[in-house]
Each structure stands twice: as structure tokens, then as C-alpha cells.
Design a protein around this ligand. Structure first.
Ligand SMILES: [Zn+2]
Length: 393
């Protein structure tokens, strides 16, 4: 058993204690019976449901030189994440059941839950659709992320299949606003379940919010790096936005239009980066980047929980939250300021332009299904004597 005491539970707006047993939150409140368990003092800290990433590049199968399974696991739990949606632009591209199974087999021993996506077209070729009917037994999310589906008839047919079978398409629109507008029109025409990835432009936001106001059933994601920085020369797709774009993203979050924050964590070797591969490693600092932006713009922590935890978790069928009976997937964070240090990242790739930049809020502990899977060593543990008087059920 595990007891987190004196925690400020963001969702409940109160300081209380959380008792964890058998992987679940057993009780919230005051306890006075006597049973031995581990006690964590979370005084002065925020306690929230752990994060869930709607957009993660696992880099496997085939690209262990960018990031291994184990590094992905360690980087995620260090960043406060206990599950990720892994995109399909690997080598080979995940476009068939055996590859989804391979990833599941290679990740089922990890603390991290990996939900593997299939591509929409075979080998991301933009032409030949994957076997949706067969694949929906293995995944309910499909994405050609990394590439736009240029062919309008291919996109239309994929949307029709998503409507028929109930799966979600995660769309990488490029050029962004032009393709966002095209794809909204396609959804209006044929239906389907479309989630737009990494939205970064004011024009895209205008089109998406208008579509939502009209009742078009689309959803969309923004990323930590597009919120965190402007006018920066670093290769990422879509590019780092302008001040005006970022203002539009923030306003859309404030107005409740944005569904998720996906890290788009994209590790690359130095050599691949030199050769122009787009992407930033984000997962270990995503929370701190978002917290800083939210703090400076007066956006509350509950909105952060919705975008970084609850909504993306629901995509993979998990109800996340701090309540009695819920899975004990929990993150404990401080609100201190610190500087990003890429040399401290556990993933081997170091592609980030944010080294040395100020952020806010440090992940101190991550708990997955009741087990402590990350502990940075700063949290106070109680003495045995105090244990016996506080713990129990
Ligand atoms: Zn993308």
C-alpha cells in the first residue's frame, strides 16, 4: 500500500490524502486505522492524474539508434506520462497486424502503456489503403503522420471507412491550413472520425473553431513546442509558429476548442538532424513547457489535466482522474522554475532547441497502476513510527 499525504489534488481543489492499494485509489480523505504502508509527503505539491500522450514517436520497430523501447519508457515516466499513442512512421512502417503485435510484445513488460497506431496507407505511400477491416481488431487509431494524404479520393475513402468501422484518423495536414480546410470539407461531405495533429497556424485555428461551432465532429491537438516558442529557426514539422499564431492557439485553449496536447516527441540522431530530419524531443519537458505557458497566460491546471491527461487517455479507452476506484495513475509535481538540460535527458537523442531555457513545474514522482515508476529522489518519505498511525484502510 501507498499513501500520498498532504497532497493538493488539483481536480478536487483541496489538500487531502490518497490511499493506493492493488493498483487503484482505494480512499481519499482521512485515515486512522493501523496498517503498514509506504508514505509519501506531498506537502506543497500538485497531485494530478498522470499524462497520456496523443502523439508519440516510439521509433520502433527499426530505429533503435534514435531511441530504444527502454529509453522511451524511462523518458515517458520521467515526464509524468504513463501511456502514449505511438505513430506508425517507423521502419518498416506499421501497416499490418504482425507489426502492431511486435510492438505490443516488445512493450508489454514496460511500465508505460503503448497504444500502437497503424498507418492509413501501406508504407505511407499515400495511395493504397491498409486493411482497415482486419486491423480494427488490433488498433482503433490510424495515421499517416509525417506525411499528408495528398490524394483526395484516398482520404475520402479512409474517412468513409472510419465512419463505418468507428476508428479514428489522426491527420498530418501539410501544407497545414490548406489541408485542414480541405479535410474539414471532406468530413462534412462523407463523415468520419478525424483528429488533426499538431495544429500551429492561426488560419487553421479559425477553420477548426468555425467547423466545431457548426457541429462538425472533428477534434484537434496542439503541441508543447508550438505553445512554448515563436520565431525560432529549428527544423520541425509544422514549423515553429509566429507570435500571432501562438496567440490564436492560446485563445483557442482558453475558449475550450482544443482537445489535446500531444508532445510530438520525435528523437533523431545528430546525423539525421544534420541531414534535415524534422522534430524535437519533448516528452521529458512537455509538462514544464506547458505549465509555464499556462501560468503566464492564466490558464488553470484543470484545463491542463483535460488536455494532457483525461482526453488523450479516453482515446485509448481509459478513464483517468483522482477518484476512489480509479486506476492509480498519478503524477506529483512541484511548481518550481528550472532550466531545461538536454544532457540530463534519458533518451539518447538530444535534438532540442530548448536547452537552457526556463520552464516551470518539475515532475517529482510518477505512479503507474499503483507502482512508483519514477522518483527523482526529492520527495520526503515518512519514518516507520509515523507510518503505523496514519496508514491503513
Ligand atoms: Zn506530423
Amino acid at each position: 500500500m501507498l499513501l500520498i499525504k498532504n497532497a493538493f489534488v488539483v481536480e478536487l481543489d483541496e489538500i487531502t490524502n490518497i490511499l493506493i492499494e492493488d493498483g487503484k485509489i482505494k480512499k481519499i480523505g482521512e485515515f486512522d486505522t493501523h496498517k503498514d504502508c509506504e508514505i509519501i509527503d506531498a506537502k506543497g505539491l500538485f497531485v494530478m492524474p498522470s499524462f497520456s500522450d496523443s502523439h508519440f514517436h516510439l521509433r520502433n520497430p527499426g530505429q533503435e539508434y534514435k531511441q530504444t523501447y527502454m529509453e522511451a519508457n524511462d523518458a515517458c515516466v520521467k515526464g509524468g506520462y504513463t501511456d502514449v499513442i505511438a505513430l506508425a512512421n517507423t521502419n518498416p512502417v506499421v501497416d499490418r497486424a504482425e507489426l502492431i503485435n511486435e510492438v505490443q510484445e516488445n512493450t508489454n513488460q514496460l511500465s508505460l502503456d503503448v497504444y500502437q497506431v497503424s498507418s492509413v496507407t501501406k508504407g505511407l505511400n499515400g495511395k493504397d489503403l491498409v486493411d482497415f477491416d482486419g486491423l480494427v481488431k488490433h488498433t482503433m487509431i490510424f495515421s499517416d503522420d509525417g506525411k499528408n494524404v495528398d490524394d483526395i479520393d484516398v482520404m475520402k475513402e479512409a474517412l468513409e471507412k472510419s465512419e463505418e468501422l468507428g476508428f479514428i484518423i489522426m491527420d498530418h495536414s501539410e501544407p497545414e491550413s490548406e489541408m485542414v480546410i480541405r479535410n474539414i470539407e471532406l468530413v462534412k461531405e462523407v463523415g468520419g472520425n478525424l483528429h488533426f495533429c499538431h495544429i500551429s497556424k492561426k488560419e487553421s485555428i479559425e477553420a477548426l473553431t468555425k467547423a466545431k461551432d457548426e457541429g462538425v465532429g472533428i477534434t484537434f491537438e496542439v503541441t508543447p513546442h508550438h505553445l512554448f516558442s515563436t520565431d525560432l529557426d529549428y527544423r520541425v514539422n509544422p514549423p515553429i509558429a509566429t507570435k500571432e499564431d501562438v496567440k490564436a492557439l492560446i485563445n483557442a485553449i482558453k475558449a475550450g476548442y482544443v482537445d489535446s496536447i500531444g508532445s510530438d516527441h520525435a528523437p533523431h540522431s545528430d546525423e539525421d538532424k544534420k541531414n534535415g530530419s524534422p522534430g524535437i524531443i519533448n516528452i521529458e519537458s512537455a509538462y514544464s513547457m506547458v505549465r509555464k505557458v499556462f501560468y503566464e497566460n492564466g490558464i488553470d491546471m484543470k484545463t491542463l489535466i483535460k488536455l494532457m491527461s483525461k482526453w488523450p487517455a479516453k482515446l485509448v479507452g481509459k478513464e483517468r482522474g483522482i477518484f476512489e476506484g480509479s486506476l492509480a495513475d498519478i503524477v506529483i509535481v512541484s511548481d518550481e522554475e528550472y532550466k531545461i538540460n538536454k544532457n540530463g535527458f534519458v533518451t539518447r537523442s538530444k535534438n532540442t532547441p530548448f536547452h537552457g531555457m526556463d520552464v516551470r513545474g518539475k515532475v517529482l514522482m510518477t505512479i503507474a497502476k499503483g507502482e512508483i515508476v519514477y522518483d527523482n529522489g526529492e520527495l520526503a518519505k515518512e519514518s516507520d513510527r509515523e507510518k503505523s498511525s496514519l496508514c491503513g484502510a
